[in-house]
Design a protein around this ligand. Structure first.
Ligand code: SF4
Length: 418
């Protein structure tokens, strides 16, 4: 057995829905389509191999339901709940979930939308943990925000914890003789406690659609920015603002306290942006080789990537932006356009089906779903909705009121920036 066979066998075990024959066939055709262009079909929860890392206290009755049974039950519960409920769906959710969303968007659009839905008693947020937290922070006190699967987190958000951040802040304070001129900026993809830290320390939240404007605001408040948790969004935004790599440094939080994140005093004093060493495992997969291959096959191709990709990938692309930007870009492209996209597969697959007059494909020829977004299986949606019908709120996301206060300050600063 070759190394490729061994790798394939391992991936196949983890992702039984991948048809490798088809993937390899498609990679060798001019279509360059992703394996999941037909959508990742829902299989009963009991058959999901990765279930052992998902929320397991879901009642047994939901484990074996087929996609058709789940669709029927969700539809009935949805009807019973009427206008008391809104369902929000992030662009990276699988097709079998997004079909129930009253509103779909990127994390910024969803947070803004959720803040205007004062009449809904329940907000089911089909996305990941930090998004539901942001919705709860901006929601009315009598509203309930629910995350269908409590284990749907974000590996990038998990790379920045409150203790690691406080430890770094104290070390930086010693170098800069205080932190008056150091403005903390957290990406939306972070825990509520980090947003709260920013609110309390004169900082702000940003998303991939407003990062440049937010950094402009931050540089009006102080000389330096401490940007977390995504190094790539911070670096790409710095480049867009004309800030060179010499003026940015990378804080390695894994080194632990007392190590200055692997930097030295001189590095730090010349830095305008200090980047936290975090990344998105999905967007880090996109590479220059993939872009070169796409350009070789389709000389007219437009390459469109998310700013969570590495700087060399963003620099080699024709355009980069948030998922909202990607959706608009594709919608406004002329019929016949060929667009290679570097972002999560569920969104790329959806766009490819919504615009059959354009050739839309994922730059990564092997399927690349966000494994935590994927944890929102329709069985969880059925469970939380049917529980609401019976008068029980399960999987409510409720941010501690002390954290909520300053997190709301940081979010509101962001929402005030036009
Ligand atoms: S795509 Fe990346 S940043 Fe977004 S939720 Fe998944 S792991 Fe987190």
């Amino acid at each position: 057995m070759t190394n490729i066979d061994v790798g394939q066998e391992k991936i196949q075990k983890q992702n039984p829905y991948i048809d490798f024959e088809k993937v390899l066939q498609q990679f060798n055709t001019p279509q360059l389509q992703c394996e999941t262009d037909g959508g990742i079909a829902t299989i009963p929860l009991a058959d999901e191999i990765s279930f052992d890392s998902w929320q397991s206290d879901i009642p047994q009755e939901y484990m074996k339901l087929s996609a058709e049974q789940l669709t029927e039950r969700i539809g009935i519960a949805r009807q019973k709940l009427g206008s008391e409920l809104i369902v929000l769906g992030h662009h990276y959710q699988r097709e079998d979930i997004i079909q129930y969303a009253d509103y779909r968007g990127d994390s910024f659009a969803l947070a803004q939308y959720a803040a205007t839905q004062n009449d809904a008693k329940y907000i089911i947020f089909c996305g990941v943990h930090f998004m539901a937290e942001a919705a709860d922070i901006l929601a009315q006190p009598d509203q309930h925000v629910i995350l269908p699967n409590i284990e749907a987190g974000c590996s990038m958000a998990d790379m920045a914890s409150e203790p690691d951040l406080y430890s770094a802040w104290n070390e930086l304070s010693a170098i800069f003789d205080g932190t008056d001129d150091l403005i903390p900026v957290t990406y939306m993809n972070s825990a509520a406690s980090l947003k709260s830290f920013c609110g309390e320390h004169g900082g702000i939240v940003c998303t991939s659609s407003n990062a440049e404007k937010v950094l402009e605001w931050a540089f009006e408040q102080g000389k330096r920015v401490f940007f977390f948790p995504d190094q790539h969004l911070g670096r790409n935004t710095g480049h867009d603002m004309g800030i060179s790599d010499n003026e940015m440094s990378l804080w390695n939080w894994r080194l632990g306290p007392g190590r200055l994140g692997g930097l030295n005093r001189e590095n730090l004093l010349q830095s305008r942006i200090i980047l936290w060493q975090g990344h998105c495992s999905v967007h880090q997969r996109f590479s220059l080789t993939q872009i070169d291959q796409a350009r070789e096959r389709f000389p007219e191709v437009e390459i469109l990537v998310h700013p969570e990709c590495r700087a060399e990938v963003v620099d080699a692309a024709d355009a980069s932006g948030s998922t909202g930007f990607i959706v608009d870009y594709v919608a406004n492209a002329e019929a016949g356009s060929v667009i290679g996209i570097g972002t999560e597969i569920n969104l790329v697959s959806r766009l490819s089906h919504e615009y059959p007059d354009k050739t839309i494909f994922c730059l990564d020829p092997v399927v690349c779903p966000c494994s935590t977004m994927y944890r929102v299986h329709p069985a969880y949606l059925a469970w939380v909705m049917e529980s609401l019908v019976k008068g029980h709120v399960v999987n409510q996301i409720s941010v501690d009121k002390n954290i909520k206060h300053y997190a709301a300050v940081a979010l509101q600063r962001m929402l005030n920036i036009k």
